[in-house]
Design a protein around this ligand. Structure first.
Ligand code: NDP
Length: 317
């Protein structure tokens, strides 16, 4: 690990979603003088979320960016040092953990709170790369604007897909929802919203085979209906935008040399705690949660990580 500068701190928080900011609020109030690095997408997944109606306290609903800004201000109010930058390497082999930022600066820290969240998954089709920047997106709130009055498709049948489709329906002429099974995994309230929206058409039991277009711009998708069944058929839909909403991958790769993850990549913690197998390293939020993945559960686990870090330091000292 090469460095241009070394800084020694008590508590480093990696990530700036609800888990990271809640850990920051608690550790700052406990006088651990936390430093928080925001990472590649400051604010995490919430920054691309439209309306959040289920976070207690925001009884009128709130947008993701506003909520993140509130978390950030609250963390700053107690003195959290919030910085831009990404973690490029870690070394958890000693009592003092070393974390490299942006390939140069080294932070030496007694505790690390990992709150790096998860990233949108793609289907793995060559065409997703071919048409990247030409109509393929994993974020309707970021890119939906470009498809006003046009026809688009959303792949997936969970809450993210339902949310993206509803958002796009407000902007686009028509939204196809491509669902590989014959049911939506989305919550009942989101699913009924979809069914009630007249310009959303659900394509049940359809899978994507590829995309087609011209000069790197999407013009349509090639789908297969009832794959593997007697009546399997191939169909084409004309679309300008193709949105992925098929789940997320935990951002844990950089830590895998030192801490355990499950087969998908979710960080394993000692049940009922945020402790990883490395003393002084804690994990919270979506990077360790394959089950709930809500802003409020992420915030709760950020609080757990902060309390675990504080107790670790007071036991140690
Ligand atoms: P989910 O894992 O819940 O759903 C993924 C969807 O994508 C499923 O319909 C799944 O199909 C489909 N899918 C997965 N892989 C493929 C593939 N290769 N090809 C085609 N379809 C595929 O992920 P979400 O991101 O929707 O939600 C994650 C969590 O976040 C959930 O707990 C959800 O409740 C929560 N959430 C809550 C929101 C809110 O409350 N406002 C908003 C967004 C998310 P299948 O069902 O067949 O497996």
């Amino acid at each position: 690990m090469q460095s241009v500068g070394i800084e020694r701190i008590k508590c480093l928080i990696i990530g700036s979603g609800p888990a990271g900011y809640t850990a920051a609020i608690y550790t700052a109030r406990a006088n651990l003088k936390p430093v928080l690095y925001e990472g590649l997408q400051p604010g995490g997944q919430l920054i691309t979320t439209t309306e959040i109606e289920n976070y207690p306290g925001y009884y009128k609903g709130v947008t993701g960016p506003v909520m993140i800004d509130d978390f950030k201000k609250q963390a700053q109010r107690f003195g959290t040092d919030i910085r831009c930058g990404i973690v490029t390497e870690v070394n958890f082999s000693d009592k003092i953990h070393k974390v490299q930022i942006d390939n140069n600066k080294i932070i030496e820290t007694e505790t690390v709170i990992i709150a790096t969240g998860a990233t949108a998954k793609y289907l793995g089709l060559e065409d997703e790369k071919k048409y990247a920047g030409g109509g393929v997106s994993a974020c309707a709130t970021c890119d939906g604007f470009f498809f006003r009055g046009k026809d688009v498709a959303v792949v997936g049948g969970g809450d993210t897909a339902a949310e993206e489709a509803t958002y796009l329906a407000g902007l686009c002429k028509k939204v196809y929802m491509i669902v590989r099974s014959d049911e939506l995994r989305a919550s009942k309230i989101m699913a009924s919203k979809i069914i009630r929206t007249s310009n959303i058409e659900i394509l049940w039991k359809h899978q994507v085979r590829g995309l087609f277009g011209d000069k790197g711009i999407v013009e349509g998708a090639l789908l297969v209906k009832n794959k593997g069944e007697k009546d399997e058929e191939e169909i084409k839909i004309k679309i300008d935008g193709f949105f992925l909403a098929i789940g997320h991958k935990p951002n844990s790769d950089i830590f895998k040399k030192y801490i355990d993850t499950d087969e998908v990549g979710y960080i394993k913690t000692i049940p009922g705690t945020s402790k990883t197998k490395v003393p002084g390293v804690f994990a919270c939020g979506d990077v360790k949660d394959p089950h709930y993945r809500q802003a409020v559960t992420a915030a709760g686990s950020g609080c757990m990580a902060a309390i675990d870090a504080e107790r670790y330091l007071s036991d140690k000292n």
